[in-house]
Design a protein around this ligand. Sequence first.
Ligand code: AMP
Ligand code: MG
Length: 400
Amino acid sequence: MLSVEEYRARVLALASLPPVEECAIGSGFGRVVAEDMVAHCAVPPFDNSAMDGFAVRSADTLGGAHLTVVADLPAGTRLAPLIGAGQAARIMTGAPLPPGADAVVPVEDTDQSPGDVPLPDAVRVPPVAVGAHVRRAAEDVAVGAVVVPRGQRWTPASAAAAAAVGHARVRLHRRPTVAVLATGSELLPAGAPLGYGQIPDSNSVLLAGLVEQFGGQVVCARAVSDDLADFRQALVDAADAEVIVTSGGVSVGAFEVVRQAVEGSIEFVRVAMQPGKPQASGRIRDAAGREHTLVALPGNPVGAFVSAWVFVRPFLDACQGAFSEPPTLRIAVADGWRTPPGRAQFMPVVITPDGVRPAHRLGSGSHLIASLHAAEALAFVPADVERVAPGDVLDVHLVR
Ligand code: AMP
Ligand code: MG
């Protein structure tokens, strides 16, 4: 049996980067930045006022002063009047600090009211220090600084940062295309009336949703029977996908269709984890000679879910050039549970003020799909631990 880390390393070794695309900064959220974005202009680009008030020379205000108001400066003004000794300018938030001035007095600290019309001739101000209520040019970002590093997910806040430093376009990795095939002759499409021995296919919607959440682009997602010819045809239909994620048919039963179809080109392994022991992955070549990466997960729905988080997520991250690992929290256990000896365990848990507890009274049963959605996280129990006791502290990975 392989450890979780050993098998994850093998899956990661299969990853390849799709090409880079240039996109408008308002698009492509969730994709990964392909090149460092460097500031073309500083933020802020010029010294400006942080308050509505009066721009003054600090040295004039010692002990308080009565200053002559010589200009009115709204945000966007093109005026840059020189503020001389004994003078002030009314200034609004975001307007450039005029030459000569070195501080701003907020209007509420003066004898004037906000928005007084007409402009007052004079203003009484208290003492104010150099730089007070002034946003300095480049205090956020200087020209040439890396503002959004490559490897990071593109978000609305990264787009705002890019806009602020002068970019209208961004280079993003294309999303890897993924086909999801859930194998099993017992499976019917969701909503179809069930006959004897049949169950709804819940894995294809589960895995397709997770793949989208992980940044993949799902090109098809459906159930396929355990008939070898059907599965081979499904692989042909999935030929547009760079990655094929399957569920079921990888263990040691009699109708293991994934195993029958690709044995030889793909490595079938047992991983020391619970749930999710049978796994397979590798490269397959289609009739047209194109290569696809196959990541085959166990059919049990909770096993498929855990395997997706533990193997498919880091694999798709690597296929997108993403550097950042999802955060691992360290949380105490509220209610203990038994764990299988010699196998790492990923327990679906809820996070309560007292700590984590299993999301289902039956623990990590790998068929408990109808209650899996209650889980907020997977608690990781190392292979050498046999009993988790209240107060133990575990690594916890959020799964929402
Ligand atoms: P397998 O790995 O194919 O042996 O499947 C293991 C268990 O998971 C069986 O009880 C299957 O019925 C169930 N199962 C497999 N695929 C799915 C699916 N797509 N949706 C729901 N249950 C599934
Ligand atoms: Mg099956």
